[in-house]
Ligand binder design. Structure first.
Ligand SMILES: C[S@@+](CC[C@H](N)C(=O)[O-])C[C@H]1O[C@@H](n2cnc3c(N)ncnc32)[C@H](O)[C@@H]1O
Length: 235
């Protein structure tokens, strides 16, 4: 049996793997994801008492990293997967962060918030799963306050041909098998290969940010080009 998972339904796949997501993530990122999250924090605005939104929050790790920043007062984590949000909610209570972080179910393309509500918006390994990237970026721009920042972490393909070759072998063959063995779901991590190969990255992704109106955009390659950190500002 083969299953085709389209972007509209990708969050259902996360419902199935929610309980083992953090465990698999640790393996497939080789433990580097904590360092990437710290790099995201370097791009937060400088102001105090920030109200921050983490889109496609999953099991909430970026939301918790944000909550530990002294200049952040409140964090909202939004996701479409009830399963992922249930895990996130339990972690918030265990880590004593439930006063500062709240989780809501919602679509990153239709953010349930008034315009100009947030000082910063983050999205980590989520925007590739959202059906319409420009819609998500445009709605994020709407709910950002003037001078607010959007910070995005996403998979990419290295520029070097050799690294790109090994990276494709990794996402096409190694990750699906590893994901299957660790999560027990044979289809979950196959989806990564297709989306990582076809999703715009680097300057092409920045062009989408600029296209919806972000200013002062930029990006940094991490993990030998396998991951990109993007940022942009609302003027
Ligand atoms: C790979 S996980 C990333 C989770 C987390 N941000 C992290 O860095 O570990 C992708 C998440 O995107 C969520 N997602 C997919 N489509 C979405 C949408 N349209 N709106 C909100 N969340 C969505 C999925 O439910 C899933 O939790």
């Amino acid at each position: 049996m083969s299953i085709t998972i389209n972007k509209n339904e990708s969050y259902r796949m996360f419902d199935r793997i929610a309980r083992c997501y953090d465990f698999v993530n640790l393996f497939i990122s080789l433990g580097m994801h904590q360092g990437w999250r710290k790099k995201m924090m370097l791009h937060l605005p400088a102001c105090k008492d920030q109200n921050v939104l983490d889109l496609a929050t999953g099991t909430g790790d970026v939301a918790f990293t944000l909550a530990r920043e002294s200049r952040v007062a409140k964090v909202t984590g939004l996701d479409l997967s009830t399963g992922m949000l249930t895990v996130a909610g339990k972690k918030a209570i265990n880590d004593d962060l439930d006063q500062k972080v709240r989780f809501i179910e919602g679509d990153a393309q239709h953010i349930p918030a008034k315009s100009q509500s947030y000082d910063a918006i983050t999205i980590s390994f989520g925007i590739r799963n959202v059906p319409n990237t420009s819609k998500c970026l445009a709605d994020a721009l709407r709910v950002l306050k003037p001078s607010g920042k959007m910070i995005i972490l996403e998979s990419a393909l290295p520029r070097s041909r050799i690294l790109r070759f090994f990276s494709l072998i990794h996402v096409r063959y190694v990750l699906p098998v590893l994901g299957w063995l660790l999560s027990g779901d044979p289809y979950a991590y196959r989806y990564l290969d297709k989306t990582i190969r076809t999703y715009p990255h680097g300057k092409d992704f920045l062009a989408m940010m600029v296209g919806v109106g972000f200013k002062n955009t930029g990006f940094q390659s991490l993990a030998l080009g396998g991951v990109n950190l993007y940022w942009g500002e609302k003027q």
